[in-house]
Design a protein around this ligand. Structure first.
Ligand code: RTP
Ligand code: MG
Length: 154
């Protein structure tokens, strides 16, 4: 990826933070993220299990599925230079209580409650971003990728 090219990531506002959507979007736009697509959905537990399939078998998996299907969520395709890493930095540490200490300006510090109800999801790499964008936005077409970039870079 060249330094002036944009990258896409999949971001989610989780059920505990959805009512703060307006101010969250304002904040992320101030940080240079551009919302390319938005979708408000309520996942079934089957869909939540599929989305978080990498965590299947972990102790927190059943609670995660229950939480993610407990109310509406909002999914976004965000575009920015270095969007994947930058969005994860904007979210902060997974555990919102740690975030309030280690990264008090982060979104999870501001809008998260605990380790589970941490308000946000962000793809953790280019392949994951591609899969997760397709999960919520199957019709999204990214630009052609001539020089070996992933399909979510454009
Ligand atoms: P995410 O995938 O949602 O962006 O979060 P992450 O990479 O920071 O964290 P990950 O390890 O992938 O965990 C996925 C989500 O599962 C919930 N979780 N709860 N011990 C717990 O109670 C626990 N651990 C993880 C969180 O909602 C976390 O974001
Ligand atoms: Mg993760």
């Amino acid at each position: 990826m060249t330094s002036d090219s944009y990258q896409c990531t999949l971001a989610i506002i989780k059920p505990n933070a959805v009512r703060k959507e307006d101010e969250i979007v304002e904040l992320l736009e101030k940080q240079g993220f551009c919302v390319l697509q938005r979708r408000c959905v309520r996942l079934t537990s089957e869909q939540a299990s599929e989305f978080y399939t990498e965590h299947y078998g972990k102790m927190f998996f059943p609670a995660l599925v229950t939480f993610m299907s407990s109310g509406p969520i909002v999914a976004y395709i965000l575009a920015k230079n270095n969007a994947i890493e930058d969005w994860r930095n904007s979210m902060g540490p997974t555990n919102s209580m740690n975030a309030r200490i280690a990264a008090p300006e982060s979104l999870r510090a501001k809008y998260g409650i605990d380790e589970m109800r941490n308000g946000f999801h962000g793809s953790d790499g280019p392949l994951t971003a591609e899969r997760e964008i397709r999960f919520f936005f199957p019709d999204f077409i990214s630009h052609p990728v001539p020089d070996g970039q992933t399909a979510t870079d454009y």
